[in-house]
Design a protein around this ligand. Structure first.
Ligand code: EPZ
Length: 427
């Protein structure tokens, strides 16, 4: 297993190109199942999860081909085609590696009239049930049965009639599955309290480009009128707002200045507002957004929330940055029940953090010292990298396969702005 070694203390300065968004790519890829025509997705990030999703789709009968990367292009272009469905079963050994595989449930049901997916199980940050995915599909007319660790969804008459569902809890994945199931029904589907994340907007925009009828895009009330069929198209994946926010925290924690090239500032206002409240200077540039730390950082009080609130996927990273703020910060993680796995590892680097249930008190100003630390989940890993950038001496982050799931060419991007960082292959 590879590890990443960092020698801390360098002020980072320069430009970082932001890749296509992982959490958009993983919901755009299964849209290939909704048509027998070619779907080409541009600006796909080079990430382990994207590759895994491609393999999962291959197993269902989707052909995939990746175009060569032209000069100056950051992301990959992949063409997918589900001329016909070879299998409607997403097997355990694929789903256990990547829980986002559950996102084939809705589109497969819409295309083939049935879909069987291994139950994803929990993960490091929480139990992560899929009850809302299933309830939404049932309200649209699906029959759901669970047996032997698999969930099977069936459209009794071959195509779902559609229906209304109000989400008791905002769920990104359940909204995505419901949307992809709704576009080929014989009727109308209304989703209330739907997730409004920019990745949902990206999905809606792709579905509309494929011929779907969706109203209320960007709002929590989505109205989808089913159509007879969808056609292929070419679509560019949105930039990754979480990757951008993570590197903005790198500027903050090192007292540096980083231009996030290609980011869409309006999609990450809660993060930008938090960075500004901490004392970082935010400058909107032609290419994206420049984040500069001119002064010592101020402490913050932040609660995570569904979009447009502060993203739970940014909690670990802003916590790391607040380790160098002058004073005590307060964080509350309202989305997942166990998303402080980074805290014990940060403490080993000298951080003073108290956790009480879903709340954390971060006492800024303690000197950070490099150490060997263990990555546990994607965003926790990034918080360890960030702390390593500011720590005295060398930090080695183990099990970086967690990082490779969500951060493309991390060591390359950080080296280019002055970090002393290298990947150590374990052979
Ligand atoms: C997506 O996960 C993202 N993953 C997560 O990013 C992100 O943290 C999360 O949305 C919240 O923004 C992808 O897009 C691939 P949810 P998802 O359904 O869809 C509960 C990362 O680091 N819930 O919005 O699984 C759930 O337990 C990853 O990039 C139910 O109770 O999240 C959680 O408490 C981590 N029943 C809350 O809702 C359900 O059926 C929000 O989960 C579904 C969810």
């Amino acid at each position: 297993m590879d590890s990443i070694r960092i020698t801390g203390g360098k002020r980072l300065e320069g430009k970082i190109p932001i890749s296509g968004a992982k959490n958009s790519a993983l919901t755009l890829l299964p849209c290939a199942l909704l048509t027998d025509e070619k779907l080409t997705l541009a600006n796909l990030p080079r990430l382990a999860d994207v590759d895994s999703f491609g393999h999962l789709l291959n197993g269902l009968g989707v052909s995939t081909s990746v175009a060569g990367v032209k000069k100056g292009e950051v992301g990959r272009k992949m063409t997918l085609q589900a001329s016909e469905i070879a299998s409607t079963v997403a097997p355990y050994d694929m789903v256990r590696k990547m829980r986002a595989s559950i996102l084939v449930l809705g589109p497969m049901l819409a295309r083939a009239g049935e879909s069987t997916v291994s139950l994803p199980g929990g993960c490091a940050i929480g139990d992560r049930p899929i009850d809302l995915h299933l309830k939404a599909l049932e309200c649209m007319g699906a029959e759901i049965e669970i047996a032997a660790g698999y969930v099977k969804a069936t459209a009794p008459k071959g195509r779902l009639p559609g229906g209304d569902f109000s989400f008791p809890v905002v769920s990104v994945g359940a909204t995505e599955n419901a949307l992809m199931a709704a576009v080929l029904t014989t009727g109308r589907t209304q989703l209330f309290n739907a997730a409004r994340e920019p990745e949902i907007v990206d999905l809606c925009n792709l579905l509309v480009a494929m011929g779907a009828k969706i109203e209320g895009i960007g709002s929590s009330h989505l109205i989808i009128d089913g159509v007879e069929g969808l056609h292929g198209c070419e679509y560019e994946v949105m930039p990754d707002r979480i990757e951008a926010g993570s590197y903005a925290c790198a500027a903050g924690i090192t007292g540096g200045s980083i231009e996030l090239v290609g980011v869409r500032p309006h999609e990450m206002l809660a993060t930008t507002n938090a960075l500004a409240a901490a004392g970082l200077a935010i400058e909107f540039t032609d290419g994206g957004m420049k984040v500069t730390a001119h002064q010592p950082l101020r402490p913050l009080a932040i609660s995570t929330a569904p979009y447009p609130g502060f993203a739970t996927d940014m909690q670990a990273q802003i916590m790391a940055m607040l380790l160098v703020a002058e004073g005590q910060s307060f964080l509350e993680e309202t989305i997942f029940e166990n998303r402080y796995m980074h805290v014990p590892e940060l403490r080993r680097m000298g951080a003073d953090i108290e956790v009480h249930g879903r709340s954390a008190i971060v006492k800024g100003g303690n000197p950070l010292t490099g150490a060997q630390v263990m990555a546990t989940d994607l965003r926790a890993s990034m918080s360890l990298i960030l702390a390593g950038l500011a720590a005295e001496g060398e930090t080695e982050v183990l099990r970086v396969y967690h990082l490779d799931r969500g951060y493309e060419r991390l060591e390359e991007k950080l080296s280019a702005v002055g970090a002393t960082i290298e990947r150590v292959s374990a052979g």
